[in-house]
Design a protein around this ligand. Structure first.
Ligand SMILES: NC(=O)C1=CN([C@@H]2O[C@H](COP(=O)(O)OP(=O)(O)OC[C@H]3O[C@@H](n4cnc5c(N)ncnc54)[C@H](OP(=O)(O)O)[C@@H]3O)[C@@H](O)[C@H]2O)C=CC1
Ligand SMILES: Nc1nc(=O)c2c([nH]1)NC[C@@H]1CN(c3ccc(C(=O)N[C@@H](CCC(=O)O)C(=O)O)cc3)C=[N+]21
Length: 297
């Protein structure tokens, strides 16, 4: 029987525990504040940011939302970041990516105070992660680790194949898998668009992580019998539905499900975990900034 890994359920448990953490902080007079900055009119970005606001409300985090006209000069975004960096009620800052072409993405990431960088994208935080001294683990990689832990899927000694080498998913996730730490100690292969014979790599893996942004391109024939399949991909494809699209992962779910030992669905797999770990990082940021001890989930 293939186990369906329920990201909504695991994320719900984490949010419940974070609610208790927020109460502990509030007993000391601190309400965690998380700012999201949106400089885009992309509907997927708008959806994600509004879901995140709902999540904040659920756990008692003060969600602060700032929208900037995508045609505005870049300075407007940098001034906003400076203001949020200086605001003591804001403990975490997320600038939704992608930003418009006329805005230098790397400069945006560097402008965020590393102590408030709840995405974990600032070079200081990337360096700390690689050095095995993470302050904020990037939300999607951290969410994948928590899913594997919740389902007691062993990574130590496992052959893991990560398909995708982006700065926000593939690279940090592979970094976590090779660390001497829980949900680490894996023998990790990173694949990308220049990988020769991808199927030969995925076919022998115990755990396959699909994070390429190519709809349904990993199918059952590319998998080892009983493998764990974690589908990070979220792709909107045209469909005759109410919304005019359908969400699909990077994995061809039907064919993969018949081969896999465990698999995440899309939606309801990694996506909700990414959002839960953002809340986790925001609560962690508030506790660090006020030097209040809490027990994170
Ligand atoms: N569930 C969640 O919470 C999240 C989901 N996502 C989703 O995950 C997916 C990946 O996102 P992200 O990492 O930002 O994507 P990027 O587009 O930044 O990176 C994609 C990576 O996949 C590689 N790739 C592309 N095509 C192939 C192929 N045919 N074979 C092998 N490798 C390939 C690229 O290789 P190269 O480097 O050579 O170009 C690149 O390294 C997207 O669908 C995105 O929407 C993203 C973030 C969070
Ligand atoms: N600075 C920054 N940080 C990010 O973490 C970040 C980003 N920019 N830009 C875009 C990507 C993408 N991403 C998602 C997170 C959750 C869902 C999610 O919750 N998905 C739901 C469904 C959502 C829906 O219905 O559309 C699910 O999979 O069940 C999706 C996508 C975070 N990203």
């Amino acid at each position: 029987m293939t186990e369906i890994i329920d990201g909504n359920a695991v994320a719900g448990d984490i949010r419940a525990e974070l609610t208790d953490c927020v109460e502990t902080l509030q007993d000391s007079g601190v309400t965690p504040g998380l700012a999201t900055v949106l400089m885009s009119d992309d509907p997927a970005s708008e959806t994600y940011v509004s879901m995140k606001q709902q999540d904040c409300e659920e756990v008692g985090i003060n969600g602060i939302h700032v929208e900037i006209d995508p045609d505005a000069p870049a300075e407007e975004l940098f001034e906003t970041i400076d203001r949020l960096n200086d605001d003591p009620e804001v403990h975490g800052i997320l600038v939704q990516l992608p930003v418009p072409d006329h805005v230098d993405k790397r400069a945006v990431i560097r402008a965020i105070d590393p102590a408030k960088d709840v995405d974990g994208f600032h070079p200081e935080n990337v360096g700390r992660l690689v050095a095995g001294d993470a302050r904020f683990k990037p939300c999607t990689p951290h969410g994948v680790q928590k899913l594997l832990a919740a389902y007691e899927i062993e990574t130590a000694g496992a052959d893991v194949v990560v398909v995708g080498r982006s700065d926000i998913v593939g690279k940090p996730l592979a970094n976590l898998f090779i660390q001497k730490a829980p949900q680490g100690n894996a023998t990790t292969t990173i694949c990308h668009s220049r990988t020769d014979d991808l199927e030969a790599k995925t076919k022998t893996a115990d755990i396959v992580i699909a994070a390429a942004g190519v709809p349904e391109f990993i199918d059952g024939a590319m998998l080892n019998e009983g493998a764990t399949v974690i589908d990070v991909g979220i792709n909107r494809v045209d469909a005759d539905t109410e919304k005019g699209y359908e969400l699909v992962g990077d994995v061809d779910y039907e064919s993969a499900e018949s081969v896999a030992g465990a698999i995440t669905p899309v939606p309801g797999g990694v996506g909700p975990m990414t959002r839960a770990m953002l809340l986790y990082n925001a609560v962690n940021a508030a506790s660090e900034q006020h030097d209040i001890d809490i027990e994170l989930p």
